[in-house]
Design a protein around this ligand. Structure first.
Ligand SMILES: [Zn+2]
Ligand SMILES: [Zn+2]
Length: 568
């Protein structure tokens, strides 16, 4: 373990290119560095130096980078080494010996790879194995090349729908310029940077003077530029090179359209223009939760306002102040005082297979909400019953934990044994009692066993906690739902359902499986609830067991579902 704050260490990355097939390895050294940078960031290290060796060295003499590293360590300018694997650092016994000496003397305070950490106070044998076993080289090489390829895709930032101005090259998994749009979108950025134009003005110029159309796909596109689309373009960091990959952000390989500086300049310009993301002011609880069953588009919301002109009493629906046909100026105040309605409707973005547009009508918010409440009642469970079910779950798991404990103990014993065997093998190898090949095959075998045990360990997760949380989730859910804020309502519905749809103003819910199993537990509340659980399942008398047989089996179903789901 490291005793000081991570920033206090003098950290070097050491990477080495293999001489085998230079071309194929170029990416590998890149990815070594990027992975090690990530490792350093994780640990909170500041990287002082990156040291690189180009040559492969079975001979100890031909590595200027390695020599430099040793020199830095001896002069106490570096005390932590990050490397991809021990086999990068040293590939023969002489070099391995040097490193082990420096570590034991404490001149090296730690050697870290993405998989292993070695510190002076640790047993030296595992490091010796990693450093000394040059024979495994050929095995590792093929693995590392595979890793290099994977990184290429990661770093290339191939994504399935690149933004306007770019296209996918599906064969090479790269992103290329859209020959029809790249230049136009770039001109749009430049126009914005002049600060002379508003977003609607830019849309007009793009559509009318430059003939801009969004990219035509099978069912979408071919449309003129809208303000909302323009806003998305102007605020998308992809245009200066950033690619999102799950939770990671990386600089992609595509040609950026603007610089990062320009991106932030535009952000400021938009702010000064008071531009808001359309609809940002209104939050609708039920958007993007449901799909239209007819055309599979998502359901969106819209607010409508109705009021009468105070002078001529004509019905009005405009959201912004304007003059009525009778000449009366309608003010903001009049509009605010009008009746506001929220409608939910299909976005109808895609054309149906027969070329027609989706025919689904819109639905008033109140009617939709009523249906949601109705469906929530179906998975509503009462507090009394939930307490009861929790106790039952405890009983279910007590037995399971007992078995788990036994298994864990066994696993620990097994693991200890394997480690002993490894060290023994190492000793035998050092005393030359077995050949390098014999040692290697033994080592591979033992490590395979070790991994198997560790894998088993990871799989046994605590499903009970989740079952309890899920039970609490549906506790008096109907009543609770009414008191939630729109945002909380959305979050809750997202948790409960997987793919609900709307058809002819009817909501067709699709609760996630364990919630629907819970809902069938409702019937249990008709049974006598006072303490049917004595000390354990086996203590239940026959009568009670029969009485509660249906929900016992339901609870068991939930348990099976949750515990197997976690393992996949
Ligand atoms: Zn539709
Ligand atoms: Zn009027």
């Amino acid at each position: 373990m490291l005793k000081n704050a991570p920033q206090q260490y003098k950290v070097a990355l050491y990477v080495r290119k293999s001489s085998e097939s230079e071309e194929r390895q170029i990416l590998s050294i890149d990815s070594q560095i990027s992975h090690l940078r990530e490792l350093a960031e994780q640990k909170g290290f500041l990287i002082k130096e990156i040291i690189e060796d180009a040559a492969s060295a079975y001979k100890a003499s031909n590595r200027p980078g390695f020599d430099l590293l040793m020199q830095r360590i001896n002069q106490q300018q570096i005390d932590i080494i990050l490397c991809w694997k021990g086999d990068r650092l040293a590939r023969n016994m002489t070099e391995g010996g040097k490193i082990m000496d420096l570590l034991q003397e404490g001149k090296i305070k730690g050697i870290l790879t993405p998989y292993q950490h070695y510190y002076p106070e640790d047993n030296i044998l595992p490091l010796a194995i990693e450093l000394g076993m040059a024979k495994q080289y050929s095995n590792d090489l093929s693995k590392n090349i595979k890793r290099g390829n994977k990184t290429k895709i990661d770093r290339g930032g191939f994504c399935h729908r690149p933004p306007c101005g770019y296209l996918n090259n599906r064969f090479e998994k790269t992103i290329i310029k859209d020959p029809d749009r790249f230049k136009v979108v770039k001109k749009i950025f430049q126009l914005m940077l002049t600060k002379q134009y508003s977003m609607p003005q830019i849309c007009t110029i793009a559509n009318e003077q430059w003939g801009f159309k969004t990219r035509q796909t099978k069912r979408m596109g071919g449309n003129p530029l809208k303000v909302s689309t323009l806003h998305k373009i102007l605020t998308n960091p992809f245009y200066y090179g950033l690619v999102r990959n799950g939770n990671h952000q990386k600089i992609g390989n595509h040609t950026p359209m603007i610089s990062q500086g320009e991106f932030y300049k535009i952000k400021d310009i938009l702010k000064s223009q008071g531009a808001q993301k359309p609809n940002e002011k209104m939050f609708f609880a039920y958007t993007n939760l449901f799909r239209c069953q007819e055309c599979n588009c998502s359901i969106t919301a819209e607010e409508k306002i109705k009021y009468n002109c105070p002078k001529c009493k004509k019905k009005q629906g405009a959201k912004n102040p304007k003059q009525c046909t009778c000449g009366f100026q309608i003010t903001k105040k009049i509009i605010q005082k009008g009746r506001h309605y929220t409608y939910y409707r299909c976005t109808k973005k895609k054309k149906l297979a027969n070329g027609r547009k989706c025919s689904q009508p819109c639905i008033r918010k109140e009617i939709l909400e009523e249906q949601i409440l109705h469906h929530l009642s179906s998975i509503n469970l009462h507090t009394e019953f939930i307490e009861f079910a929790k106790k039952a779950l405890d009983l279910f798991t007590a037995q399971e934990n007992k078995q788990k404990g036994l298994k864990q103990k066994k696993n620990q014993q097994k693991q200890g044994l394997i480690e002993k065997q490894l060290i023994n093998a190492m000793k035998m190898r050092m005393a030359d009692e077995i050949s390098a090949e014999q040692f290697l095959s033994l080592k591979i075998e033992l490590e395979k066993e070790k991994r198997f045990i560790q894998k088993n360990k990871i799989q046994s997760k605590d499903w009970k906690k989740e079952a309890k949380q899920s039970l609490e989730q549906v506790q008096n859910i109907r009543k609770r739902f009414l008191n939630l804020s729109p945002k909380e309502k959305k979050t809750l519905l997202n948790k409960l359902g997987s793919n609900p749809t709307l058809f002819n103003q009817k909501l067709l819910p699709d609760w996630k499986k364990h919630y629907s199993i819970f809902s069938s537990l409702q019937e249990a509340k008709t049974y006598r609830l006072e303490s049917p659980l004595s000390q354990s399942i086996s203590d239940l008398n026959q009568c009670e067991k029969e009485h509660h047989i249906s929900w016992w089996s339901k609870l068991d179903e939930v348990r099976t579902f949750l515990s197997t789901e976690k393992q996949e």
